[in-house]
Design a protein around this ligand. Structure first.
Ligand SMILES: C[S@@+](CC[C@H](N)C(=O)[O-])C[C@H]1O[C@@H](n2cnc3c(N)ncnc32)[C@H](O)[C@@H]1O
Length: 282
């Protein structure tokens, strides 16, 4: 069965097979967290993403999704995904021949939500085991490729054309790397391309500790990269500049009541900076 795009033109043709087993562990297994969050968002009355494909993927995978349900409110992960969608659409509208690198893509349905123009090139990258799983649901088409590699492997970028403006997005991914790992990944990205943008999210140490306490006993995955002061990340690459910082709690896409509740949380620096999405230009 071919699933039509949630919006725009589907470039990845997803083929669902009934109840596909999911045999991943560690960080790889965490791909179910945002996937399930998007499915729950789809089921909710005030859906942010309207991601029917995420719901269909959840229905077709044999896994106890409740076991790794997002710690806290799954809506926060929908907000995070929405923000990257906005940035990618903006970037592609201004530069339709761009390369979008979706780093640590998991089973993200973003390509279907966005429906990039035919002139763009989109690469979804994750560990080889994850890409193998992903190939059960998504097919490569013109302008859409899937790449199986570890982000921290210095060689994968050699397989990526460097002749287009690039937007690299890591949605819920860098938290699982070490600080040195993040620094070298962004260093290599900014060396490989003449110019472009890198967008990713960071958790503060309060959120990281809370997240790890909630993951304990459920998966071997551990969150490692905490950022309390963004100036440290600003210094990772001498040639980049942070252009945007958005706290998930202050997102304009949140329904009114959430914004009201989160406005109170925003008064506490610990809560305000739990998850921030940052965008760098180089
Ligand atoms: C929480 S999931 C996010 C998945 C996806 N970005 C989304 O929003 O649905 C984290 C993903 O990062 C991937 N990941 C973590 N470390 C990685 C690495 N070193 N190389 C490639 N992928 C990695 C995991 O395999 C997993 O798919």
């Amino acid at each position: 069965m071919s699933i039509p795009a949630t919006s725009g033109t589907a470039r990845a043709d997803a083929v669902l097979r009934p109840r596909h087993p999911l045999r991943l562990s560690g960080e790889q297994e965490t791909l179910v967290i945002p996937l399930y969050a998007k499915a729950l968002d789809y089921r909710s009355k005030h859906s942010i993403l309207h991601d029917r494909r995420a719901e269909e993927l959840v229905q077709s995978i044999d896994f106890d999704f409740e076991r790794l349900r997002s710690p806290g409110n799954p809506r926060v992960l929908a907000v995070r995904a929405w923000q990257y969608d906005v940035w990618i659409r903006e970037f592609l509208a201004a530069r339709p021949r761009s390369l979008v690198l979706n780093l640590g893509c998991g089973l993200d349905t973003r390509i279907a939500r966005i429906g990039p123009p035919a002139s763009a090139l989109w690469i979804d990258l994750d560990f080889p085991e994850v890409i193998e799983l992903r190939r059960n649901f998504f097919s490569e088409l013109d302008g859409y490729r899937m790449l199986g590699a570890s982000l921290t492997d210095p060689d994968w970028l050699g397989n990526v054309p460097a002749d287009r403006p690039v937007l690299a997005v890591a949605d819920g991914v860098f938290e699982y790397l070490s600080e040195d790992g993040v620094r070298s990944v962004v260093g290599r990205l900014t060396e490989r391309f003449a110019h472009g943008e890198v967008a990713f999210d960071v958790m503060n140490s309060y959120a990281l500790n809370l997240g790890n306490a909630r993951l304990q006993g459920k998966t071997e995955a551990r969150l490692r990269f905490a950022v309390d002061d963004l100036r440290r990340v600003d210094a990772f690459v001498p040639t980049w500049r942070r252009t945007t910082t958005v706290s998930v709690l202050a997102s304009r896409v949140l329904p009114f009541w959430y914004r009201l509740i989160y406005a109170l949380a925003y008064l506490s620096p610990n809560l305000r900076n739990t998850i921030r999405m940052v965008r760098y230009e180089f």
